[in-house]
Write a protein that binds this ligand. Structure first.
Ligand code: NAG
Ligand code: NAG
Ligand code: NAG
Ligand code: NAG
Ligand code: NAG
Ligand code: NAG
Ligand code: NAG
Ligand code: NAG
Length: 304
């Protein structure tokens, strides 16, 4: 394809993504009415608050504090775990302070005022999925032959050391279509693959649609839309053995997402793909998983 066209399409896609993110951005007031302060309930307070939120790309955090009584620093994970305020990534001393979640990944915030962090004024959150590709003109992917996807590649299907971000990262930007096959490799008897509903996925409840108990579990994608996978084994779901994917229509035809997300003027083009920057993961991981990851990370940090 002509480079100029590709650049123009990429810019257009970026602009559309930006618009989509802006339209859907949610404002999260950290701690709700409590605001950003030394919490009466200790560190569990902000972890519990985070568990009630779903953080997405483009969302805004508002740290509501009184200037002079506190501040907010974005810090590394290590600094968060050790309450080290020596070299923060950003520091805002004027309240309220806004922070835009502009990338996937984890974010750590503390107060640099003496003892505030140790007393629980710290927050860890995870931005795992981009927002749904809701109403913006859809760019059709070119037809292609069915693909076999090995879930987690060489790592396979296990509790990932880094938590739920691992499978979200694996799935991010992948072009799953009806007719494709997912291959889950695990150890017989120590895990399984459960296809679950969205609620069961987010809440890690053990209500399964179907279970595949022998490895490899080869699952052919037969319907478009969201698909959720986890394990029925104890704690594997809450420790991050969770995969959410969005499946487009047939591999060899134009995809058929909901009619509202189509535009008659949308060009048929090959600008679509992992590098186009178009996010298509509709799923979001609740703070509950984030909390589980926080606990797991802290546990890992303590035992090393
Ligand atoms: C910030 O806190 C003040 C004092 O409690 C309150 O009046 C104000 O509404 C809060 N702002 C937000 C955005 O919650
Ligand atoms: C705090 O972090 C700084 C660098 O960011 C490091 O030099 C220092 O040793 C750390 N302090 C502690 C107590 O870990
Ligand atoms: C912070 O975000 C709130 C809520 O969107 C908004 O009302 C306020 O103007 C923002 N403040 C700054 C300094 O951007
Ligand atoms: C989790 O479970 C509760 C009820 O147990 C339900 O109301 C909610 O919709 C479920 N899903 C999410 C994403 O929280
Ligand atoms: C799991 O069990 C099935 C059925 O017994 C067997 O065919 C398969 O080879 C086993 N897989 C592994 C990875 O051991
Ligand atoms: C599952 O898929 C793998 C990888 O494509 C293949 O080697 C294996 O034979 C398939 N197993 C079954 C039971 O279809
Ligand atoms: C989940 O459900 C399956 C089948 O319904 C059951 O065999 C398994 O023991 C359950 N696991 C947990 C952790 O409750
Ligand atoms: C919470 C936070 O760090 N907010 C802002 C602090 O100030 C910088 C710029 O100085 C902003 O980029 C941050 O969003």
């Amino acid at each position: 394809m002509d480079k100029t066209i590709l650049v123009v399409l990429t810019i257009a896609a970026a602009a559309l993504l930006h618009t989509a993110a802006a339209d859907h951005s949610t404002v999260h007031v950290v701690g709700n009415q409590l605001g950003w302060t030394v919490p009466p309930g200790g560190a569990a307070t902000y972890a519990a608050w985070a568990a009630t939120q779903i953080f997405e790309l483009g969302d805004i955090l508002v740290f509501n504090f009184t200037t002079g009584d506190s501040d907010v620093a974005r810090v590394s994970k290590e600094a968060f775990l050790t309450c080290n305020s020596t070299n923060p990534i950003t520091l805002n001393t004027t309240g309220p302070a806004n922070f835009t979640l502009d990338a996937l990944g984890d974010y750590y915030f503390i107060s640099t005022f003496q003892n505030h962090c140790a007393l629980g004024q710290r927050l860890a959150i995870y931005v795992i999925y981009a927002p749904a590709p809701a109403p913006f003109p859809y760019i059709y992917p070119p037809p292609r032959a069915p693909v076999t996807w090995v879930v987690g590649d060489n790592f396979g299907w296990f509790v990932p050391p880094g938590g739920a971000l691992f499978y979200a990262t694996w799935a991010f930007g992948k072009d799953f279509r009806v007719g494709d096959t997912l291959v889950f490799n695990f150890v017989n008897g120590s895990s399984d693959v459960a296809t679950v509903t969205k609620d069961a996925f987010f809440n890690c409840t053990n209500t399964t649609i179907s279970v595949y108990s022998t490895s490899p579990a080869n699952i052919t994608l037969t319907t478009p839309g969201d698909h959720y996978y986890t394990s029925t084994y104890p704690r594997q779901c809450i420790f991050g053995q969770q995969l959410a994917i969005y499946v487009y229509g047939s591999a060899s035809n134009e995809p058929s997402p909901s009619p509202s997300s189509r535009s008659s003027g949308a060009p048929t083009t090959s600008a679509y793909g992992p590098s186009s920057g178009i996010s298509k993961a509709p799923a979001r991981v609740s703070g509950l998983t984030g909390l589980a990851i926080t606990i797991l990370s802290i546990a890992i940090a303590l035992f090393h």
